[in-house]
Design a protein around this ligand. Sequence first.
Ligand code: AMP
Length: 283
Amino acid sequence: MEIITSTKAMQERAIELKKQGHSIGFTPTMGFLHEGHLKLVKHSSQQNDITVMSIFVNPLQFGPNEDFDAYPRDVERDKKLADNAGVSILFLPERSDMYPNEPSFEINVAKRTDVLCGRSRPGHFNGVATILIKLFNIIMPEKVYFGMKDAQQVAVVDSLIKDFNFPIHLIPVETEREEDGLARSSRNVYLSDEERNQAPHLYKGLQKGAEAIRNGEINPATVIHIVEEYIKTNTNGKIDYIELLSFPDLEALNKVHGKIIIALAVKFSKARLIDNIILETQS
Ligand code: AMP
């Protein structure tokens, strides 16, 4: 596995690889790798000659009271995991190289962000879009791999690629879970033992909502209420949001129909966890 730390060297390498006719698959991450990240790599290495993974904890996508400083980091461990998983190039840029001076442009994501994490984390997706525009231009991938755990991110990246005509194909990858159903996340290390035992109930709550829909429930508020009651009964987490929306447009619905997402964010003492379930319902 090659390790590249400079943006210029990464871009030159990408240009060279493309000249040689190699296809590039790319998976951006913030590191502290787990099976979810490695699943993206697996898909990429099956479909491309070269798989690039970036690790960069992007300050722009964290709010002032969020966990940028506390975000878990372990680059040495990540290097081994990435290498074993089949990453061809690990891109580890420095903050001063990614953001060398005060930017002249501000990216504002205008759609798909007034709900879910976009609402509870103002500016988050502007930061995500900014770093992705930069990374897409540095790495020039044909295919990019994003996890469905961050379904709103998938919806925003889908718009980003279409709105700015990036010649990139977005591949969403299903959420990788622990055996008990908890979605794998770098932030899971911050759960206490008690919280770790409760955390699988987030997905179970979502499944209760999905089950109600499969049993004929069409009122979004009722579905949300079922999920909410389940989570309140089974965890001490503080619910940030539970929403049912169309997917990928992320619009509110009067009645459950078409492709929908039920998504939630729940705050435990040191970790805010998100999860979702997507269903194709009858129109
Ligand atoms: P992060 O390092 O948390 O920014 O995540 C980097 C990429 O990995 C994003 O596309 C995430 O959606 C994806 N990812 C994170 N957790 C999982 C998971 N449990 N299953 C699948 N993909 C994931």
